[in-house]
Design a protein around this ligand. Structure first.
Ligand SMILES: [Zn+2]
Length: 128
């Protein structure tokens, strides 16, 4: 998923992700690219859930958001801003977290944690 985010260049980024909706759409497309399977009962039929691009199992009615069980699962900041920070790190792995904090308006600690997560994720992909 991060590899696909990496392919989008800085010029394309703003037009690709102008709002939260487009970020959730991107997440949903990637997490369910092989189809929907309910984590609770294994059913493959779904209808639209309450949050943007979430899916709701038609059998047990459990709902899964586009963000859950993805890289952005535990990310508490706005999804569009999170995409932005991750994208910057992918395109500039040596960027200082102070610069990231300055540009994003988030705490340096928040940016540092996100950067670490990206590095960990990219390393685990390289090993495979
Ligand atoms: Zn189900």
């Amino acid at each position: 998923m991060l590899k696909d985010l990496e392919k989008i260049n800085i010029m394309q980024f703003e037009s690709s992700f102008p709002d939260e909706e487009t970020c959730f759409q991107f997440l949903a497309e990637h997490k369910w690219k092989n189809g929907f399977v309910c984590r609770k009962c294994g059913n493959t039929h779904y209808c639209a859930g309450k949050s943007p691009y979430s899916r709701r199992c038609t059998r047990c009615k459990s709902e899964e958001s586009a963000r859950s069980h993805t890289f952005f699962h535990n990310c508490r900041i706005n999804i569009k801003e999170a995409f932005h920070i991750v994208h910057k790190v992918l395109h500039n792995p040596n960027i200082s977290t102070y610069v990231l904090a300055d540009e994003s308006g988030h705490r340096q600690m928040t940016c540092w944690r996100m950067k670490k997560l990206v590095e960990k994720e990219m390393q685990s992909k390289d090993l495979k």
